[in-house]
Write a protein that binds this ligand. Structure first.
Ligand SMILES: Nc1nc2c(ncn2[C@@H]2O[C@H](COP(=O)(O)OP(=O)(O)OP(=O)(O)O)[C@@H](O)[C@H]2O)c(=O)[nH]1
Ligand SMILES: [Mg+2]
Length: 336
């Protein structure tokens, strides 16, 4: 039986008939589904494969309202397609840059904000926050009040950006509700829209995240997902690198410095990852069985590895990147 009642953790419709299907709960009297219960109480994660079609239709319907939208982005995993999402959702929009806490403290907020301003995407405002550290959340709420066009305010963005975490923080800080949305380091935690009344003037609507099918998080096991997702400030590792040297990360990424003058590579990714440098790479074949992509890097570019983080490179060069063929990599102008 289904009652039409939604899980208060992830938004899926509850049902008590099929254990193997989404939304299963032992009793329809429960407020959350079994998957959320396990995530919340035992930290047991269950990956769900979602398609983006459903999400795109949610985005479109958000776009048909005149409501204020918070576009939440993870600073370590900035979406490649911000402009596309912006096109689908022409609403008044605040860009919320989350997880400031994982970037080194020395990174200047103004610089980050300018980087996104330069994209020229007509945000009402760009605000840097850290949900985990409760940083700038008061200011964000003030600006929400300032820009909101009705009671409803939507949270959109890629999966894992911290949408549900942000809403939980707002519930905790500014309402007397006890509802807690489910949060997890795995993609596709929230499964459907969830509406939460913070007070008489503000109702927040959480949405499932846009999935990056080409994220490294989809290719590794849960243990590695935890290792890859930083919870502490990143201590960037800088390598002075020359031709015929390589950098190897865990057992899934190899970067060969093929051509160019002496250069500097700085790794912005979880401190827990094992990084190795090969000084004389040509006679070592480690990971060369993986898919190879060659990049001509211009002055001042980052190599982004979807779901993992990025490598800041200083000078122009040629590199070979060896990685699972299903994981996306791309170059962009240095973020920091
Ligand atoms: N370091 C850090 N981690 C954060 C912050 N905010 C959220 N996270 C973590 O990011 C992961 C994803 O958070 P969620 O709130 O589940 O993300 P979401 O955007 O709702 O994801 P979906 O529901 O899958 O779309 C969790 O492991 C959170 O603990 C933050 O400010 N700093
Ligand atoms: Mg969520």
């Amino acid at each position: 039986m289904t009652s039409g009642k939604k899980c208060m953790g992830c938004g899926v419709i509850l049902q008590d008939e099929n254990v193997l299907q989404e939304g299963y709960t032992t009793s329809l009297e429960n407020d959350i589904c079994q998957r959320c219960f396990r995530m919340k109480n035992y930290g047991e994660y269950q990956m769900i494969a979602k398609s983006n079609e459903e999400y795109l239709s949610i985005l479109k319907s958000v776009g048909e309202t005149k409501d204020l939208v918070l576009y939440i982005t993870d600073l370590l995993n900035v979406d490649k397609d911000i402009a596309k999402v912006r096109q689908l959702v022409p609403n008044k929009m605040i860009l919320v840059l989350n997880k400031k806490d994982v970037l080194p403290k020395s990174v200047k907020e103004e610089k980050l904000i300018q980087y996104f301003k330069d994209m020229d995407l007509d945000f009402e405002e760009i605000i840097v926050v850290s949900v985990n550290k409760n940083y700038n959340i008061d200011y964000l709420l003030k600006r929400i009040k300032y820009y909101q066009t009705s009671r409803n305010v939507y949270a959109i963005g890629h999966t894992n950006a911290g949408k549900s975490s942000l809403i939980n923080k707002l519930i905790k800080n500014y309402s007397d509700k006890t509802q807690e949305l489910t949060m997890s380091p795995l993609p596709s935690t929230t499964l459907s829209t969830i509406t939460i009344e913070i007070n008489d003037y503000l109702t927040l609507i959480d949405t499932p995240g846009l999935i990056d099918n080409r994220s490294i998080l989809n290719m590794v096991d849960t243990k590695m997902v935890k290792k890859i997702s930083p919870i502490k400030e990143i201590k960037p590792k800088t390598y002075q690198i020359r031709k015929n040297q390589s950098i190897i990360i865990e057992d899934f990424l190899r970067i060969d410095y093929v051509e160019g003058a002496k250069n500097s590579f700085t790794l912005y990714m979880s401190n827990s990852l094992k990084v190795k440098r090969l000084l004389n790479a040509s006679n070592k074949d480690d990971l060369k069985n993986l898919n190879k992509t060659t990049y001509q890097v211009k002055y001042g570019e980052d190599l982004v590895v979807s779901g993992l983080g990025f490598i800041k490179m200083v000078d122009k060069c040629e590199i070979d990147v060896y990685l699972d063929q299903n994981v996306d990599t791309f170059l962009r102008k240095n973020l920091i």
